[in-house]
Design a protein around this ligand. Structure first.
Ligand SMILES: Cc1cc2nc3c(=O)[nH]c(=O)nc-3n(C[C@H](O)[C@H](O)[C@H](O)COP(=O)(O)O)c2cc1C
Length: 361
C-alpha cells in the first residue's frame, strides 16, 4: 500500500502525512490530536513557549491522543549578537516604521531588553517529556542531544532547504529529513547559506536530496491534497508535511480573519519578507510587505524585529487594518477546500488512495 513507507514505519503512524507544526502561537492541541487520531502525525510548534508551557502542551496532547505526535523547536532562535542591537540601528528601524505607527496613532516601541536564546531550556523539557517525535528547524541540535533522543526513543526530524543542509543532517544521524521547498508558508529554515539564496522548489529539492541521501525524506511546501502527496511519493519522498492547508482549518490557532484570508482572492499573491520578524518568511502579500521590499537594512535581527512589530500588529488588529499585517501562508493557498482538519485528512488519504488505485487499472 502507498502509505506503508519508511517514514510511516519510523514515525509509527498509519499514513505518511505530517501536519506541519506552526510556531508563534498558531498551533493547537486540538489540531495535533485530530491529525494524530486520524492516522497522520500532528505537530505543535513550541519555539516561543517557556519550558513550563511546553510541559503543559505536552500533557494536554497526551490526554487527547495515544498516537504519535511531534513537538517542534527552533535550534537557532536569535540572530542578534548578544541579544541586542546598537542604539543607532534601533533608531534607524524606528525611523523606517514611524509612518505606520503614526498611521495607527500609536507611539514607537522602546529598545527591548537583550534577548536570551531559549532553545537549551526548551530542549531539556523535550528530553524530559519524551514526545514520540521531536522536529526542529534552523540548525541541528548537538550530538549529545541527538544521542539522548535516540536513547530515549524520540524520533528526530530536521529541516533542510538545500542539499548541503540535508547532507549535514544525515551525517549528524537525524532519523528523517524534511525537504522544505520555497513554496511553503512560514519561515525559510535555512542554516548554512542565507535564506535568500536557498530558495529551491519542493520537487527539485526532493529529487536533489533523494540522489545523495539515504535518510527518509519528508516533502514540505506546496502540498495540500492527495494529488500533491502522490506526486511527492512518486518523486521519492517517504512522507509529506502539509502546513498551510491545516493552518486554514478551524482547529488551528489562527484567527478567524487569518483563516478567511487564506481562502480569499488575496491568497493568490504571497511574498517572502524579513520585515515582520527579521527572518525570511512567506505570507499573503500586504501593503506593508510590498512597501518594504529591499529595505532589509532597516530591519532588526530576529527576534527583535518580531518584538518591534508585535506592537504594530496588535494595533493593526484592533483597528482592523489588515493591510499592515502579514498573514502567514504558502503559495498553495488558492487551492484549499477544507475548513475541518478531520475532513482534510480524510480527503487527502482518499484522494491519494484513488490515485494509486487508478495507476493499477
Ligand atoms: C504559520 C506557519 C508557521 C510555521 N512555523 C513552523 C515552525 O515553527 N517550525 C517548523 O518546523 N515549521 C514551521 N512551519 C512550516 C510548516 O510546518 C510546513 O513545513 C510548511 O507549512 C509546509 O508548506 P505549506 O505551507 O506549503 O504546506 C510553519 C508554517 C506556517 C504556515
Amino acid at each position: 500500500m502507498w502509505y506503508q513507507t519508511k517514514a510511516s514505519e519510523i514515525l509509527g503512524i498509519q499514513y505518511p502525512i505530517l501536519q506541519g507544526p506552526f510556531g508563534g502561537n498558531l498551533s493547537s492541541v486540538e489540531l495535533v490530536s485530530t491529525v494524530s487520531n486520524a492516522g497522520g502525525l500532528g505537530g505543535y510548534g513550541a519555539y516561543t513557549l517557556s519550558p513550563q508551557e511546553i510541559i503543559d502542551v505536552d500533557q494536554r496532547i497526551k490526554a487527547t491522543t495515544n498516537k504519535p505526535y511531534n513537538i517542534n523547536l527552533w535550534v537557532s532562535d536569535t540572530d542578534a549578537i548578544d541579544g541586542s542591537v546598537s542604539d543607532e540601528q534601533f533608531k534607524q528601524t524606528q525611523a523606517l516604521f514611524k509612518p505606520y505607527f503614526d498611521e495607527l496613532g500609536i507611539g514607537l516601541p522602546e529598545k527591548p531588553a537583550p534577548f536570551k536564546s531559549r532553545f537549551e531550556n526548551q530542549v531539556e523539557v523535550i528530553l524530559h517529556q519524551k514526545p514520540p517525535v521531536f522536529s526542529f528547524m534552523f540548525g541541528i541540535p548537538s550530538a549529545d542531544i541527538l544521542e539522548q533522543c535516540h536513547r530515549l526513543g524520540i524520533v528526530t526530524v530536521g529541516a533542510a532547504t538545500t542539499l548541503d543542509e540535508a547532507i549535514l543532517l544525515e551525517s549528524a544521524g537525524v532519523d528523517t529529513i524534511i525537504a522544505s521547498g520555497f513554496e511553503a508558508g512560514g519561515h525559510r529554515p535555512s542554516f548554512l547559506a542565507p535564506a535568500e539564496s536557498s530558495t529551491i522548489g519542493t520537487f527539485v529539492l526532493l529529487q536533489l536530496i533523494k540522489e545523495k541521501v539515504k535518510t527518509p525524506i519528508i516533502a514540505a511546501g506546496g502540498i495540500a491534497n492527495g494529488k500533491g502527496v502522490a506526486a511527492a511519493l512518486a518523486l521519492g519522498a517517504d512522507a509529506a508535511q502539509i502546513g498551510t492547508a491545516f493552518l486554514a482549518t478551524d482547529e488551528s490557532n489562527a484567527t478567524a480573519i487569518h483563516r478567511q484570508t487564506l481562502f480569499s482572492d488575496a491568497a493568490k499573491y504571497t511574498t517572502l519578507s524579513r520585515a515582520f520578524t527579521g527572518r525570511l518568511g512567506r505570507g499573503i502579500t500586504s501593503r506593508v510587505a510590498k512597501d518594504l521590499v529591499n529595505m532589509e537594512k532597516g530591519f532588526l535581527p530576529f527576534p527583535l524585529q518580531t518584538q518591534f512589530m508585535s506592537h504594530l500588529r496588535k494595533a493593526a488588529i484592533e483597528q482592523e487594518k489588515w493591510d499592515m499585517i502579514l498573514f502567514w501562508g504558502g503559495q498553495i493557498a488558492p487551492v484549499l477546500k477544507h475548513t475541518r482538519a478531520g475532513e482534510l485528512m480524510k480527503s487527502i488519504v482518499e484522494e491519494t488512495t484513488d490515485y494509486f488505485d487508478y495507476l493499477k487499472t
